[in-house]
Design a protein around this ligand. Structure first.
Ligand code: AHR
Length: 515
């Protein structure tokens, strides 16, 4: 009765749609670029409890393991998610890593100092063979970050040869003696890391010359040869992209890396807390996550000028939130909350929008470090809200972008900051379903959204949402399912769909179109 009255009132007032003024129309007539699976890539460094304790505990640990000492629980959680690519061994660590330290019998490997991260002993227990074993366990592809900062051309070239040579080559024999018969395929190779900073404090012109030299000698059989990624800039800085795209011959370069970290305050001296933060830091974090769009657009404009044929990809091989840290004994360990899940989803949207040029994006980092997908505490493990943001977006991997138009989006304001309350991204999955990822950035107000499809009719649909009562809701070791995807109601509204996004939420709608 109530509904009839409302409809009548609407008709009398000449209102065509009584649903919320907030609407999105997805153009299902034209498929856009592929959203590479590598946009959902990962990164793990020799840093804090990321690799040691987080991923690897050794074959003699009481914690159940698989392979040669990798945690069973962590590997299983990551396998369930699917890991397309894993970058290793750094980060800053990469430019002080000497690969020969990490091969051969583990007991004989040299112990060094991890000078970047805590000045702690680096046992070299996880090296090349363990990394490739982990990739096999995860079903992931390799992205090796080579040492340009403190290594040599010959050292980097030999590492690639050790991985990919066959026959009687002396390095192939050595690899076999260390337990690996067949060469490995290395999909991606980074030539140094953050060479503007921890990787050598170089000027881009000098790095570009060094890069040309290192890349020249990175040789492998064509079917095993990696794409070569130069170390680029960060944030809004375009100088590195400019110089590299201009000065490196196109046959020597496949990609330029770029890094972007999201700080709640934007101030490296006082970044902000991982939990218990004020609303100002909620909106500040999300505003800075959205700012990535313009930073990438700036790099893309430079690349368009120097590389209009779109040969050189942009590799955002480090991204994520960076807070003040929660445990002085565990470098860069931070708790992970619903806010991180929203940051992840907003980043996915940005990657989708620039998918023509952005070929990879790796979250920093996989376990126990920065915006981790998994946290561990001794034998305990928990999947973070960020893990579930990745989980919800699994069907976007290798989907094709669909253009969509959001209208009537209100602003979410707090103090002098303001952002659009809703952000969205659409795609067509490999199985034909139409996908819509939605974020409600407003922590206080729900948003009702009317969804239309141009060129398709929904046969059926389902949606899941990630949300919680508190802005800093997290999955604790004793309450691991507090922030987990749950079904979200979607109603058919004529030829449109209608749903209500709870405050502070990430949702993914999957629509099966009529044949
Ligand atoms: O991810 C942590 C650090 O952040 C990496 O080692 C470095 O590349 C960046 O500055």
């Amino acid at each position: 009765m109530m509904k009839t009255l409302t409809l009548l009132a609407g008709a009398l007032l000449g209102v065509t749609a009584l649903a919320s003024p907030l609407r999105i129309d997805v153009d299902a007539r034209h498929d856009g670029p592929v959203l590479s699976r590598y946009l959902y890539g990962h990164f793990s460094e020799h840093l804090g409890d990321g690799l040691y304790n987080g991923l690897w505990v050794g074959p003699d640990s009481d914690i159940p393991t698989v392979g040669d000492g990798f945690r069973r629980d962590v590997v299983e959680a990551l396998r369930e998610l699917g890991v397309p690519v894993l970058r290793w061994p750094g980060g800053c660590f990469a430019d002080e890593y000497h690969w020969r330290d990490g091969i051969g019998p583990r007991a004989k490997r040299p112990v060094r100092t991890n000078t970047h991260w805590g000045w702690v002993p680096e046992p070299n227990a996880v090296g090349t063979h363990e990394y490739f074993q982990l990739l096999e366990l995860l079903g992931a592809e390799a992205y090796v970050a080579g040492n340009l900062g403190s290594g040599s051309v010959a050292e980097m070239a030999d590492w690639l040869t050790y991985l990919t040579a066959d026959g009687d080559h002396v390095l192939a024999r050595e690899r076999r003696a260390n337990g690996r018969e067949r060469p490995w395929k290395v999909a991606f190779w980074g030539v140094g890391n953050e060479s503007w900073g921890c990787g050598g404090h170089l000027r881009p012109e000098h790095y570009a010359d060094l890069y040309r030299r290192y890349a020249t000698f990175l040789k492998a059989p064509p079917e095993l040869a990696p794409l070569r990624i130069a170390s680029g800039g960060y944030d809004a800085l375009t100088e590195w992209t400019e110089v590299l795209a201009r000065d490196v011959p196109k046959n020597l370069i496949d990609g330029i890396s770029h890094h972007y970290y999201t700080l709640p305050t934007g101030d490296w001296a006082h970044k902000g807390a991982s939990t218990g933060f004020p609303e100002r830091e909620w909106i500040g974090t999300l505003a800075r996550a959205l700012a990535l769009d313009e930073h990438i657009a700036a790099q893309v404009r430079v690349l368009e000028r120097h590389d209009p044929e779109n040969r050189i990809g942009l590799y955002l091989d480090e991204w994520g939130t960076w807070y003040d840290g929660d445990d002085p004994a565990r470098p860069l360990y931070q708790r992970n909350t619903l806010r991180d899940a929203l940051v992840a989803a907003l980043h996915f949207h940005v990657f989708h929008r620039h998918a023509e040029r952005v070929r990879m994006a790796n979250i920093a980092q996989m376990v126990n470090v920065l915006q981790a997908l998994i946290l561990t505490d001794g034998p305990r493990m928990v999947r973070t809200p960020t893990y579930y943001a990745f989980w919800l977006h699994r069907p976007f991997r290798d989907a094709r972008r669909l253009e969509s138009r959001l209208r009537g989006v209100p602003r979410y304001r707090h103090g002098d900051l303001s952002v659009p309350a809703v952000d969205a991204s659409a795609a067509r999955a490999a199985d034909g379903r139409i996908l819509l990822s939605l974020v409600n950035l407003d922590p206080n107000r729900p948003q009702t959204l009317s969804v239309g499809l141009d060129g398709a009719t929904a046969a059926d649909h389902e949606a899941e949402v990630l949300t919680a009562e508190a802005m800093d809701a997290e999955n604790r070791f004793d309450a691991p399912s507090a922030v987990k995807p749950r079904p979200l109601a979607v109603v058919q509204d004529g030829d449109r769909l209608r749903l209500t996004l709870p405050p502070k939420s990430v949702a993914v709608l999957r629509i099966r179109p009529s044949p």
